[in-house]
Design a protein around this ligand. Structure first.
Ligand code: TXA
Ligand code: MG
Length: 348
């Protein structure tokens, strides 16, 4: 398939180009677009065939439901099959548009192919001018998973998407690098206490400030419980190389990684280290990348997926990554690092 590629600027919208891409959505084609979290692989959320095209392009397991992206509240009301609760209204007021996905009972407008047979639908309003204009111009909710080949790190730059999906989708809209850099928080409001099914761009602490008590899905912490978000049970975000996450007191972590890196090097391996600004000078290895600063974990969120892809590009054999604090956005970063490492963890 020939993929049409657009280079657009969020601050100076080319409405004509977006109208063209919206026409592709209206005819049930696939369009990759930027969001503030990661790039999304979009198609008409009301069409079973369009949803199937998304699964085919990514090689995504069919039991993993998609998020419907909306640009206005009328569209939300069209896709959900329940009245808006006070909690949902509060959250939408504070965090939309933004990196928070809410789970609702679905309306009959949403086909089973989008929700993988569940009777609920995940919905969010993205905070990106291109994404919002694309949804608005198409006049349709757009189903969109992250625009990576299934299992790979999510794309935060147009070049990541082109590498994964050129030739597999009808169009790719490249915008700027994703501001947040990891996916939205998925929140389930169906129980008595709101529950995080996937940590993401909106933190536990931010949700608690609005809602009071908030739980974290047991399936995220306890390996013997199945996660409620079907996507959370898969290994994910994995770079080609084996990755090992080292946790513990920082000085010990640095010493352990240095030792392991030296051992691998002696065996002729090409070694990558995922460090932080504070520690990068302490390492000697073939490829040392920093995920950002420990004093501002949002910088780590914004760069981890790009760093994982850079290790692949440089063809390292093994990656050692430092664990960071799980507070605030650190919870989402650590969730992605744990999964990228396939829970291969050394505690020091
Ligand atoms: O930031 C994001 O959320 C990005 C951008 C493109 O919006 N999208 C994204 O989609 O990360 P995806 O498909 O890669 O991840 C969606 C997650 C999966 O873990 C999926 O299982 C979960 O949301 N999910 C979707 N619908 C659900 C539902 N009805 N109930 C529970 N979990 C659901
Ligand atoms: Mg994904």
């Amino acid at each position: 398939m020939k993929t049409k590629i657009y280079q657009l600027d969020e601050k100076n919208l080319d409405i004509q180009a977006i109208k063209e891409a919206a026409e592709i959505i209206r005819s049930n084609g696939t369009v990759v677009f930027p969001t503030e979290t990661v790039y999304g692989l979009g198609a008409n959320a009301l069409s079973p065939d369009a949803a199937k095209a998304i699964f085919a392009a990514k090689g995504r397991p069919s039991d993993n439901p998609l998020i419907a992206h909306i640009s206005c509240i009328d569209m939300l009301l069209y896709v959900i099959g329940e009245p808006l609760s006070d909690k949902a209204k509060k959250l939408m007021n504070v965090f939309w548009p933004g990196p928070l996905t809410l789970i609702f009972k679905k309306s009959s407008a949403i086909p089973d192919e989008v929700t993988a047979g569940l009777d609920t639908v995940a919905v969010r309003m993205p905070d990106n001018a291109i994404a919002l204009e694309l949804i608005k111009q198409s006049g349709l909710p757009i189903a969109a998973p992250s625009a990576n080949i299934s299992g790979k790190p999510s794309p935060t730059k147009g070049e990541h998407v082109i590498g994964d999906l050129d030739g597999k989708v009808d169009a790719i809209i490249c915008g700027s690098s994703s501001r947040v850099g990891l996916e939205s928080t998925v929140l389930d409001l169906s129980g008595a206490i709101p529950t995080i099914l996937r940590p993401g761009g909106i933190t536990l602490e931010e949700l608690q400030a609005v809602l009071g008590e908030v739980h974290i899905d047991k399936g995220l912490v306890d390996k013997s419980t199945t996660p409620k978000a079907p996507g959370m049970k898969y290994t994910h975000y994995a770079p080609e190389a084996k990755m090992i996450l080292v946790k513990g007191e920082l000085q010990k972590v640095v010493a352990k990684i240095q030792q392991l890196a030296a051992e691998q090097k002696a065996q002729g391996k090409l070694v990558g280290i995922l460090a932080t600004e504070e520690t990068k000078k302490d390492y000697q290895a073939d490829v040392v990348l920093t995920m950002g600063s420990r004093s501002d974990l949002y910088t780590a969120a914004a760069s981890i997926f790009d760093a994982l892809r850079q290790f692949d590009k440089q063809k390292v054999d093994i990656i050692y990554a430092e664990a960071i604090s799980e507070e605030s956005i650190g919870m989402a970063v650590m969730n992605r690092l744990n999964k990228a490492a396939g829970f291969n963890i050394i505690e020091v």
